[in-house]
Design a protein around this ligand. Structure first.
Ligand SMILES: [Zn+2]
Ligand SMILES: [Zn+2]
Length: 476
């Protein structure tokens, strides 16, 4: 059964009735038509829809995707109004995504989140297979994946070093874990449950903790190279397990975790995590006993915190790595609010130009939900920009090298990696810049905002000290 659709300019389109059910408006028109038994000509006239747009909407009803690659912004506006009028929510969502994308590109806001590969992919960089589930796992490191033997052998020269490091740390970790499970107190027991939280206080556990930490760092290094999210998740899981075992975090894992969350676009988890560590012990009275719900998976002792609040209100200790993570979260928030404002302005001016587009602003709630729906509270671009400015100032107070070095990392990163650092030092900036550099390319406005804050001056003095307050743990 088909129905003829007549566009406002008189063109006829024959469309199967089952497809018309995808639009509430068309479906109800169809019912009116078929009730009218005297009428042999099943034609629905759409006085509000031009044939130019029906030629895009009808294929969408068939395939579920918008086929037109080079859609002009103005045509997109008309399509948005039509899909809203025809009541096709799925099409409206797709078109809103296209709109967000187009206006983001015009305003240098096209990158807000990290662009990670979410489905595991063959590690051979010349191979383009991404056959889901069919990839085989490297037996040595249990991380690398290949679609076939050929891919594995041609990638071996490349993968060898990482593979060996990962498998060595894994072996050491498992060997130490076996000791801890049976021999710790001379009788069988489950150290991993009974002593969870207190590992650092038990000297025998340290070799295990160090091996697991090295393993996590190596896996994360591999993830930086491959940009596949499952590798980051694996590295993160080791870090989290270590935090469960060592509540006091004597290894400084809390400084490494936030950038991993950010690379995974898990900003909410990052914020909850940072806030927990920033508020857990503001007066030095925390007893480092068992926090409630300290089992694996519950390591995040705070939940659902408000990302839009000003974090400077609750942090007492200004630590560069913590402030840097707050900076990236805020840059993403400001990017989303800026994009929302840009879209509102574009739509306002389009609406003024054409009477037919007077209903265009009706799509704004959908766009807003897509861009800002993840935030729990409401805020404004102005308020978020002010918080961003305060965070940048706090960073500047904390370490003079970090911001200019983010824009011009060469002089700093060409120095050998530091083994010690103290507050405000070049070495401290070195560590934070190294962690943050990947974020700079993933948030497109970051460079401009930081450069502007620095007044365009990216000169800084490098003074890598040989004596510092904190030792940097090095991955052997
Ligand atoms: Zn392959
Ligand atoms: Zn391997």
């Amino acid at each position: 059964m088909t129905t003829n659709l007549r566009s406002s300019d008189g063109e006829m389109f024959s469309v199967p009735n089952n497809l018309l059910q995808k639009s509430e408006t068309l479906a109800s028109m169809l019912n009116v038509c078929s009730d009218d038994t005297d009428d042999t000509d099943d034609t629905v006239t759409l006085d509000r829809i031009n044939s130019k747009y029906l030629r895009i909407i009808i294929p969408w009803l068939q395939s579920g995707s918008v086929q037109s690659d080079n859609l002009e912004l103005n045509d997109l506006y008309y399509l948005l109004v039509h899909s809203n009028y025809l009541n096709i929510p799925d099409l409206l969502n797709q078109l809103c995504e296209l709109l967000i994308d187009k206006i983001a590109k015009r305003n240098n806001l096209h990158k807000i989140d990290s662009d990670l590969i979410t489905e595991p992919r063959c590690f051979n960089s010349n191979c383009k297979t991404s056959t889901r589930g069919a990839l085989k796992v490297c037996a040595k490191c249990s991380i690398a994946r290949y679609c076939c033997k050929d891919c594995q052998s041609s990638d071996w020269a490349h993968h060898k070093t990482m593979c060996k490091r990962i498998s060595t740390f894994t072996k050491t970790m498992n060997k130490e874990a076996a000791h801890l499970s049976v021999e710790l107190w001379g009788e069988p027991g489950n150290t991993f449950e009974e002593e969870a939280g207190h590992f650092w206080g038990i000297h025998e556990t340290r070799a295990y903790c160090r091996a697991r930490h090295c393993l996590a760092e190596t896996i994360l290094e591999l993830a930086d190279g491959k940009q596949q999210s499952f590798i980051y998740e694996k590295g993160l899981a080791h870090h989290m397990e270590l935090l469960r075992l060592i509540h006091g975090d004597n290894m400084g894992i809390r400084y490494e975790v936030p950038s991993v969350f950010l690379k995974l676009n898990r900003d909410e988890d990052c914020y909850n995590f940072l806030k927990w560590w920033s508020t857990i012990d503001p007066h030095g009275r925390y007893d480092w006993g068992d926090p409630p719900e300290s089992r694996e998976g519950d390591w995040l002792y705070l939940r659902d915190q408000d990302l839009l609040e000003n974090p400077l209100k609750f942090i007492d200790r200004m630590e560069l790595q913590v402030l840097a993570a707050f900076l990236w979260i805020r840059l993403r928030i400001v990017s989303r609010y800026s994009l929302m404002e840009a879209i509102e302005n574009e739509i306002k001016s389009a609406t003024c130009k054409s009477e037919e587009l007077r209903f265009l602003p009706h799509i704004l709630p959908t766009v807003k939900k897509m861009l800002l729906g993840r935030y729990r509270s409401k805020s404004s671009l102005k308020a978020q920009e002010e918080i961003l400015r305060q965070i940048l100032e706090a960073i500047e107070m904390c370490n003079k090298t970090f911001l200019p070095a983010m824009i011009n990392p060469g002089p700093l990163l060409s120095c050998p990696a530091p083994s010690v650092y103290s507050d405000g030092s070049s070495s401290e900036a070195y560590l934070a810049v190294k962690q943050s550099l990947g974020m700079l390319s993933s948030v497109s406005v970051a460079k401009d905002i930081i450069t502007k804050f620095c007044g365009g001056n990216t000169y800084y003095k490098v003074d890598m000290e040989s004596v510092g307050r904190f030792a940097v743990r090095t991955n052997p």
